[in-house]
Write a protein of this length. Structure first.
Length: 501
């Protein structure tokens, strides 16, 4: 199936109802691995952060990471889940080169957290995504396929294995089937993963950086004919690692499934690879059912039985969760839901908040981050937070504008200098000579010259056409290289021409 063979999205939705299931793997920010004391630090030489336990050598015994369990409980509580009074680990058996033990220590029918939900906003409509389970497990190693054109194992000349990542703690969060989203299914999927990422970050249990593999989403999708109750056969697009890609994967699979079914074909239950370059997916392998993994209880680990007192202590220590915080800030900042959604989409909430904490008015902080700085981030193709300017520096620009040292034009030039690495706002202002001309004598001279050079316009103003003053203001601003206070210039023009403002 190629991209050109897809049916249109509209035609697909006219005939079928999409059903989604999202499985999100979150890499926990613990210092050591889930079942041994090996470091989880990034950047080490391959296979230097391993031991007999995470390599699965005979005679080695695992021990559960207590911080990993605590993080799992925090995530479960934040997702409105029930926390198990007793649960245990299981062995999930399958062979893959980056599984050094030939099984993954995970949880099967007894997860640490279950039966929760997360509410998400899409175009002002709230969708409740129900959570089936959140369970603890360990990550695999990393395979690097050398040679070939795709970087995948097919066509590679050889493969390199790095087991530093094997055993790093993961939480897998599995939704119940998401139904009823209809044409908004791609947007709901993106909104859910976005909200989940913000929640995870707010808990401090992971940085959840998708581009670094710290958070990955498997997109399960099936279609059923409109009006039918029975779910169709699902596909699972593996390891989607950006918010935009989650949305694109859902949209593509809806169109692909509809094309196959419309031609009388059959959907195969399989895993699929997502391709960033064109948003398509291709077949991976036939998907196993749970029984194919031959789950059985992990004999080397004792059950986990968190006390109710500990669970309630963790519940009481949860931070203000993102949705609650956004609603509070939206009211404090006086924004509409649409405006707040734009701030969220831009990744600007924390930046604006930090700028306000540095003393900037809320409207000015939002204005610069969502205006000039968002434009620059878009041009450079980077996240807003990656720009080389701090909230404190933006707050200083706001302060210089408020005190009259800068106008908006000069403020933009100041920000440009900071982004160019010329120093902080005050240093850029000094180096570039950007301060507003506030000397009344110099301004008066510039106004006199503008009136003399534009006598006809001056006569119109004297005759009552006050709006014509804008032309003289422009002339003065040009003469002062934009460094005059336009409001004060207008006042001086009207005073000298004897006209009431």
């Amino acid at each position: 199936m190629t991209v050109t063979e897809l049916v249109s999205y509209e035609d697909a939705l006219a005939a079928y109802d999409p059903v989604m299931g999202l499985e999100v793997h979150v890499e926990l920010g613990t210092k050591t691995k889930m079942f041994c004391g090996c470091s989880t630090a990034l950047g080490a030489e391959p296979n230097t952060q391993t031991c007999p336990t995470c390599l699965g050598l005979p005679g080695s015994l695992p021990v559960v990471n207590a911080t990993g369990v605590e993080s799992a409980i925090k995530i479960g509580l934040a997702l409105n889940c029930e926390i198990a009074e007793w649960c245990r680990f299981a062995r999930k058996n399958y062979f893959y080169p980056d599984m050094p033990k030939n099984f993954q220590t995970s949880q099967y029918d007894e997860p640490i957290a279950y039966n929760g939900y997360l509410d998400v906003d899409v175009d002002g409509e709230v969708f409740r995504v129900e959570i089936e389970r959140a369970h603890m497990e360990e990550d695999t190693g990393k395979s690097t396929h050398v040679g070939g054109a795709t970087g995948r194992i097919h066509g590679a000349q050889h493969s390199l294995l790095d087991y530093n990542r094997a055993g790093i703690p993961l939480i897998e969060i599995v939704t119940k089937p998401i139904v009823g989203a209809g044409e908004k299914a791609p947007e709901v999927a993106k909104a859910y993963v976005t909200e989940l990422r913000e929640l995870i970050k707010s808990l401090g249990v992971s940085e959840a950086r998708m581009e670094m593999g710290q958070m990955r989403c498997d997109v399960n999708l099936s279609l059923r004919p409109q009006g039918a109750d029975k779910f169709g056969t699902r596909s699972e697009t593996k390891n989607v690692n950006s918010l935009r890609s989650v949305e694109r994967a859902v949209r593509f699979e809806i169109q692909r499934h509809a094309a196959v079914l419309g031609d009388g074909g059959t959907i195969i239950q399989e895993t699929r690879h997502f391709h960033e370059e064109d948003g398509s997916t291709t077949s991976g392998r036939v998907k196993e059912e749970a029984e194919d993994y031959r789950y059985f209880p992990e004999p080397d680990l004792v059950p986990v039985a968190p006390s109710r007192a500990w669970v309630e202590e963790l519940r009481g220590g949860l931070p203000e969760l993102p949705r609650v915080r956004r609603n509070r800030l939206r009211e404090e900042w006086g924004l509409s839901r649409h405006e707040m959604q734009s701030v969220l989409n831009a990744g600007a909430i924390d930046l604006i908040t930090a700028t306000i904490d540095e003393g900037a008015p809320a409207d000015q902080a939002r204005k610069w981050w969502m205006g000039e700085l968002a434009r620059r981030a878009n041009e450079d193709g980077v996240e807003l937070a990656a720009l080389p300017i701090t909230p404190a520096q933006v707050a200083r620009v706001c302060a210089l504008v408020k005190e009259g040292s800068l106008n908006d034009k000069l403020a933009r030039q100041t920000i440009e200098g900071v982004l160019a690495g010329e120093g902080g706002p005050d240093e850029v202002v000094t180096k570039r000579g950007l301060k507003v001309v506030s000397d009344e004598g110099a301004l008066g001279t510039a106004v006199d010259e503008a009136i003399a050079a534009n006598a006809a316009i001056a006569d119109k103003i004297r005759g009552g056409k006050v709006a014509a003053a804008g032309a003289l203001v422009g002339a003065v601003m040009k003469a002062t290289r934009g460094q005059a206070d336009a409001a004060r210039v207008r006042e001086l023009i009207l005073e000298k021409l004897g006209v009431e403002g």
